[in-house]
Design a protein around this ligand. Structure first.
Ligand code: ZN
Length: 181
């Protein structure tokens, strides 16, 4: 195992599928082969975590309830991984390839991700998934503050607007010191 980990963030039907509840649509769907190829190429030597939003119906205390329609509800189709990632995960799910439930934009907010990564001496994170300017962004900012090195895969992330995609790539590079590949 090396000291790098791949994070596949929020790549679910609700965020990606055409009829998902909060979908970024085509730009998100296009990432599917890139994400699966990347995951296949590193799965023998790296820990792969899949930080994935989880919500309860009618959660009036959750701040996102006022901002977005219900999405990634527990035990629904919307929270299943999009496309072939769903069967890929079922096949590869193990101690080193694991979903991480998260309830906020950042993969670190309220999760044990940082502890898992520290235990495994991980210092570099590869980020793919959606959305570039929401959950990828918030995860990248927290990772930066925690001292992780960041590698952002530009063909592996997407969001709702072209402007959002461009802005976030600039921010990752210029403000978080990320390597863009
Ligand atoms: Zn959410």
């Amino acid at each position: 195992m090396n000291n790098e980990s791949l994070l596949i963030i929020d790549y679910t039907n609700d965020f990606v599928a055409t009829n998902g509840a909060l979908s970024c649509g085509k730009p998100g769907q296009k990432l599917e082969p890139y994400i699966i190829n990347l995951a296949d190429s590193v799965k023998k030597n790296s820990f792969i975590y899949l930080p994935t939003d989880i919500h309860e119906k009618n959660d009036t205390f959750h701040p996102e309830s006022k901002l977005f329609p219900i999405h990634n509800q527990k035990d629904t189709w919307g929270r299943e991984f999009y496309g072939d990632l769903n069967s890929w995960y079922k096949k590869n799910n193990s101690d080193s390839i694991k979903i991480i439930d998260k309830t906020r934009y950042s993969s670190f907010a309220g999760t044990n991700l940082d502890i898992l990564l520290q235990e495994r001496k991980i210092d570099t994170l590869h980020l793919v998934g959606v959305c570039s300017d929401i959950c990828i962004l918030h995860t990248a900012v927290d990772a930066y503050n925690l001292g992780y090195k960041l590698i952002i895969h530009k063909e592996g992330i997407a969001t709702f607007t072209k402007n959002g995609q461009e802005w976030s790539l600039e921010h990752f590079k210029n403000s978080l010191g990320a390597t863009i590949v």
